[in-house]
Design a protein around this ligand. Structure first.
Ligand SMILES: *Cc1c(COP(=O)(O)O)cnc(C)c1O
Length: 380
């Protein structure tokens, strides 16, 4: 089965006896069992058939055996970081999700070293993963990054990291498995906030880790059962419902992004446009090699007041999150990246004038019209 078919068919085995093509939503948190013959299902914090259907689908999408679902992307990231011991070293992208910065602070407090570097820059990457410094246990990268959409070469990072015995985790939330498959490029683990593209409808939180290591799977399941970060049946059902249309939604979202980018580059009030699909983007060639499309996020610097722009648009909702069916607009300095100290933010290239768009599945002509009208409505 190919990817688009797997989205619809994997983890959808009809129930014996009824033949229903949508597996039932399992709500039970406990299961009757005989003491002589213990069942596979014991208690909902550990096992739930609806969760297992979702996990079967998530693993199949990347052609591996294991996926663990979580209550959120943050819970999935925490689970991956729980594997680290004091004294170990992590090399991570500098431009990571805001919540990831906060989790890194927690592991630093546990005595783990986290060195954040610009892994999208080949010279800095080679230095951080070269033979000097202590060997890392884990390399954590996010590509495309948020909000600047910097591109890191996954295969090259995996090659360098494996030489030093490190595992590579890719936060693949911004691309989704529809556009990028890190495990095929040599990474060891993919992390998702399924809240975003995978569920896609802005109505459920979820996260996942996907990989092919049986020993790791055992550790992750034990950790999740202990801390209680497994999602319930209804949330898993909603994520899997969303997954069925992932390929269709992402294709439309990428198309909408291309149309909006073309309009933005012609507007005099718009400065640099960050989009990996543009030939001038520094990661353009690597993106073309490792992704099947340049994504559905766009950011740009605006020569006006971003707050006024957010007030003037009508179809784009001023809101955080991304990857859903509705188009969103946000100003990272005021919203998603507000907790990042201003000098750090500016050093990363996230100016006060930066605006980020997450494309929905609306008609592109409506989106372009709305944005262009808002950009032209002066005074800035
Ligand atoms: C949203 C997001 C997360 C965190 O996911 P939640 O589901 O909100 O907990 C992690 N990484 C990236 C890149 C994200 O966009």
């Amino acid at each position: 089965m190919r990817f688009d078919t797997r989205l619809v068919h994997e983890g959808q085995t009809p129930t014996p006896g009824t033949g229903d093509l949508v597996p039932p939503l399992h709500l039970a948190v406990t299961y009757e069992r005989s003491v002589q013959e213990p069942l596979r299902y014991f208690y909902g914090r550990g096992e739930n058939p609806t969760r297992e259907n979702l996990e079967r689908c998530l693993a199949a999408l990347e052609d591996v055996r294991f996926a663990t679902a979580y209550t959120s992307g943050q819970a999935a990231a925490e689970a991956a970081l729980s594997l680290l011991r004091p004294g170990q070293r992590v090399v991570a992208s500098d431009d990571v999700y805001g919540g990831t910065h906060a989790l890194f602070d927690l592991v630093r407090a546990r005595g783990v070293t986290v060195d954040q570097v610009d892994l999208a820059d080949p010279a800095r990457r080679d230095r951080a993963l070269g033979d000097d410094g202590p060997p890392p246990t884990l390399v954590w990268l996010e590509t495309p990054s948020n909000p600047l959409l910097k591109i890191t070469d996954i295969a090259e990072v995996a090659r360098l990291a494996h030489r030093r015995g490190a595992r590579v985790l890719v936060d693949n939330t911004l691309a989704s498995p529809a556009l990028q498959q890190p495990l095929r490029l040599g990474a060891d683990l993919t992390l998702y906030s399924t809240t975003k593209f995978l569920a896609g409808h802005l109505d459920v939180l979820g996260g996942a880790l996907v990989h092919d290591d049986p020993e790791l799977h055992e550790r992750l399941v034990a950790h999740r059962t202990t801390v209680g970060s497994a999602p319930g049946g209804p949330d898993c059902f909603l994520v899997q419902r969303g997954l069925k249309t992932l390929a269709l939604r992402v294709a439309r979202q990428v198309d909408n992004a291309r149309r909006v980018v073309a309009a933005l580059t012609a507007e005099p009030t718009v400065g640099t446009v960050h989009y990996p699909g543009l030939a001038a983007h520094p990661g353009h060639q690597v993106a073309a090699r490792q992704m099947t499309g340049p994504g559905a996020l766009v950011s740009f610097s605006y020569r006006g007041d971003p707050v006024k722009l957010m007030e003037r648009v009508r179809l784009f909702a001023a809101a955080v999150s991304l990857g859903g069916v509705r188009s969103l607009i946000e100003c990272p300095a005021l919203m998603t990246h507000r907790p990042v100290p201003r000098d750090t933010r500016l050093r990363l290239g996230i100016g006060d004038d930066l605006v980020r768009l997450s494309m929905g599945i609306e008609d592109p002509a409506d989106l372009v019209e709305d944005l262009v009208r808002a950009l032209r409505a002066g005074p800035a």
